[in-house]
Design a protein. Structure first.
Length: 162
């Protein structure tokens, strides 16, 4: 199950967003800006959603620090205020949502993250399989094929289909 950490100084907003995300099937923890890094270490979410304006820190700075320490972490900045996306260009923020957000919008963003992870895992698996499948010896004639260091479809010595 996808784990999401919500960071907001408003308990009310955290409760509303948590209920929406849990209804969509996500495992959700909430935190404020003071306990955010402890919650991140303990809960180990795949996604962190942080409110932009909080009492002691802005969400973009908080998410940026988290992303530096956890580069695979997906981050979403949320705000009911207008934010210029060009102000976020140098930040390590993956997406922005406007609060209040509809469940279909947040679901679309989260599914795009899942698809990115699936593609990355598939590429890793494809590479691992290709490496594992490299044949070292011909099963027909016993010739050493690893010296050729290429993916062969046929044995270079006897023509046997590999």
């Amino acid at each position: 199950m996808y784990r999401i950490l919500l960071i907001n100084d408003s308990i009310f907003e955290n409760v509303i967003m948590r209920d929406m995300l849990e209804t969509l099937g996500y495992e959700v923890e909430t935190s404020n800006e003071f306990d955010a890094f402890g919650a991140l270490d303990h809960f180990k979410p795949e996604v962190v959603i942080a409110n932009f304006i909080m009492k002691k820190i802005t969400g973009d700075i908080l998410l940026n620090k988290m992303k530096i320490e956890n580069p695979d972490l997906k981050t979403i900045l949320s705000s009911s205020n207008d934010i210029k996306t060009e102000d976020l260009k140098n930040k390590k923020i993956d997406s922005f949502i406007r609060i209040p957000v509809k469940s279909d919008i947040i679901q679309k963003v989260l599914l795009s993250f899942k698809n990115d992870v699936i593609k990355k895992e598939k590429n890793i698996m494809d590479t691992a399989v290709k490496e594992a499948v490299k044949i070292k010896f011909c099963p027909e004639c016993g010739s050493d094929l690893k010296a050729l260091n290429i993916n062969l479809k046929f044995c270079a010595y006897c023509g046997y289909k590999l």
